[in-house]
Design a protein around this ligand. Structure first.
Ligand SMILES: [Zn+2]
Length: 239
């Protein structure tokens, strides 16, 4: 069966009230790339984590970010026994720096970006595939990319079907596990709050229907992986 390996690729530090209406203090948020391995051996990623500039600093337009040695996407893939050159595609949830920074580390990957998403922080040196409402990623119905607008205009999520439901990589359609438990537009800087809320309600319904929703910046999902899930957490999923 298809497997999902969460790869923790750095952290960002942000004022809590920039991430969540009413949040106090500062938050340190994990940043993830997810390796998706199809039963045929084909490999894709959902997001790519943070990147370092040539002078060794993390690229961060807004917040302080931190990418310790050995935590960038290429190092994480190698530690997982995967040659980065084998990655054939990166599905970008959206084009913010903490989601597409690492694409330069997977030289042969095509980038799947929704047609409504601006290029923003995306490295230009890759083939770009513009996606629509839905994409059957491997052509066999096992993994679906689907539009989840709101955080940005072209945000997209990914689900891996399995018995009894799906594992859903929500990206920034949902920052935290707890985001789905509150009924408001909890992201202060969502591009379109009406769309954001509509998307969140779809995710809440998916959860009610048995799907496992994996949020963009909250590692507590690692403690709640359900039986039968495609998610294979490892030491590479943690600090
Ligand atoms: Zn993010």
């Amino acid at each position: 069966m298809t497997e999902i390996l969460p790869l923790r690729c750095g952290t960002i530090r942000a004022p809590a009230n920039a991430m969540e209406v009413g949040g106090p203090g500062d938050l340190v948020l994990p940043v993830y790339a997810y390796l998706i391995t199809h039963p045929t051996g084909r490999m894709m990623l959902y997001d790519a984590g943070l990147a370092l500039t040539d002078d060794g600093r993390t690229i961060s337009k807004v917040f302080h970010s931190d990418l310790p040695e050995g935590h960038d996407l290429a190092a994480r893939l190698v530690a997982a026994g995967v040659d980065p050159a084998r990655i054939e595609g990166v599905v970008a949830s959206h084009s913010h720096f903490d989601h597409v920074g690492g694409v330069s580390l997977v030289p042969n990957a095509r980038i799947f970006l929704h047609q409504h998403e601006e290029l923003r922080d995306l490295d230009a040196g890759h083939d770009l595939v513009r996606t629509n409402e839905r994409l059957d990623l491997f052509g066999d119905g096992s993994v679906e990319v689907f539009a989840t607008p709101g955080h940005t205009s072209g945000h997209q999520s990914l689900r891996v079907w399995r018995e009894g439901g799906a594992d859903v990589l929500a990206g920034d359609a949902c920052y935290f596990c707890r985001s789905l438990d509150r009924d408001d537009a909890d992201q202060p800087y969502a591009f379109d709050k009406v769309q954001y809320l509509e998307t969140k309600r779809r995710l809440v319904q998916m959860r009610a229907d048995g799907d496992f929703i994996i949020p963009g910046h909250d590692d507590s999902f690692l403690d709640n992986i359900p039986k039968g899930s495609a998610v294979r957490a490892s030491a590479l999923s943690r600090l």
